[in-house]
Design a protein. Structure first.
Length: 256
């Protein structure tokens, strides 16, 4: 039904633009791996002897790897709203908005394009981690679910970034506001610890964090351990994705 309200040609052009921008920026590809690998080897290696893992979680670096992948996708997606502000400053966004294309199609193109590049970053990071010898269960089925989960996580945070970007014209202010939201989301997601071991007062905040279900779902398919059923993770991510994309479309429709 949603496809009936989209201009697929416009969506394709915007997706292609985002992917080409990413592919042509080799420095961006390299830098997108630097920070997550730092967290993986330094934080993961440093905490491996001090963090108690739940039964069946196995190797600590394998336990951390899905969280670092989700973190990479979240950061890449949340700051995707910067492109909207830059497009405002250079006049490109105004040209898109006055085109005979629905703003819902514009949001769909930006979300799908941004999520595609973020998923590529996540999968590339997974390949690098696997090369280091970290025991991850990489099969065609797990790759399918991994791609789906990363895409949903990306769409959620990218939509949030787009909503905020529609109300702002300053890149630096946007980055400060996004950090205010994504740092708690990252720290509460259970990247470096199991949500099963959290104190009772902290669990509601963790359960309200969509990234928690992304990390947990990736652990289910890549490590074989999770705190929630995979179906629950996918259901929560899907609902959160639908709500956030609809909110982004509404924000764009209200933008002058």
């Amino acid at each position: 039904m949603i496809l009936m309200f989209l201009d697929l040609g416009a969506v394709y052009v915007l997706v292609k633009r985002e992917v080409l921008k990413y592919w042509r920026s080799k420095s961006r590809i390299a830098s997108s791996l630097a920070t997550p690998l730092f967290f993986f080897f330094i934080m993961g290696g440093g905490l491996s002897k001090s963090v108690a893992l739940p039964g069946g979680a196995g190797n600590y670096l394998a336990f951390v790897a899905p969280g670092v992948m989700a973190m990479t996708v979240m950061f890449a997606s949340a700051f995707g709203g910067v492109s909207v502000i830059v497009d405002k400053q250079f006049g490109f966004l105004k040209e898109i908005l006055v085109a005979p294309v629905s703003r819902t199609s514009i949001v769909a193109g930006k979300v799908i394009g941004g999520a595609t590049t973020a998923v590529l970053q996540g999968l590339l990071l997974m390949a690098v981690i696997a090369i280091t010898g970290t025991p991850l269960s990489i099969t065609p089925i797990s790759l399918l679910f991994t791609t789906l989960i990363l895409f949903l996580v990306s769409a959620i945070f990218l939509s949030g970034g787009l909503i905020i970007a529609t109300r702002m014209d300053d890149v630096h202010g946007f980055q400060l506001i996004m950090n205010f939201f994504i740092m708690p989301a990252f720290l509460l997601s259970g990247t470096f610890f199991s949500v099963d071991n959290l104190p009772s007062w902290l669990k509601p905040f963790t359960l309200a964090d969509p990234l928690t279900y992304g990390v947990d779902g990736l652990r289910a398919v890549l490590v074989g351990h999770s705190s929630f059923p995979l179906f629950t993770d996918l259901a929560v991510l899907s609902v959160a994705c639908l709500i956030s994309v609809m909110a982004a479309a509404y924000a764009f429709n209200k933008m002058q």
